[in-house]
Design a protein around this ligand. Structure first.
Ligand code: SF4
Ligand code: SF4
Length: 106
């Protein structure tokens, strides 16, 4: 029996991919790097108030936000509470960098 299972597994395609040469498209609801739609933001501050990681700062006067991705947990709350859909998530997940200052969305 074990040999049969081993032979079956041998005939199957591997589940792994040759990343980064070939990349799988993330799942439909995947939460990658945020996209901030400046034109929609009304500066209400709800995203900052609801961020449990305290990684969003809102400039209410200028209607701008700054998200620090190095402390973000990608929970999605900021997107969910935004009344004007100014925050969405992209498929971008390759965020490693040597410079922490690159890890922000504004
Ligand atoms: S995804 Fe979650 S942790 Fe990240 S900025 Fe939004 S609310 Fe904060
Ligand atoms: S919740 Fe939306 S509209 Fe309000 S400050 Fe954040 S991004 Fe702007």
């Amino acid at each position: 029996m074990i040999i049969i299972e081993a032979l079956k597994a041998f005939m199957k395609k591997p589940f792994t991919t040759k990343y980064p040469l070939s990349k799988k498209k993330p799942a439909k609801l995947f939460r990658g790097k945020h996209i901030f739609h400046k034109d929609k933001c009304i500066g209400c501050g709800l995203c900052e108030e609801n961020c449990h990681s305290n990684c969003i700062k809102v400039d209410k006067e200028k209607k701008r936000i700054k998200i620090r991705l190095d402390t973000c947990t990608f929970c999605g709350l900021c997107r969910d509470v935004c009344p004007v859909d100014a925050i969405e998530f992209s498929d971008e997940f390759e965020l490693s960098t040597k410079n922490k200052d690159d890890l922000k969305v504004e």
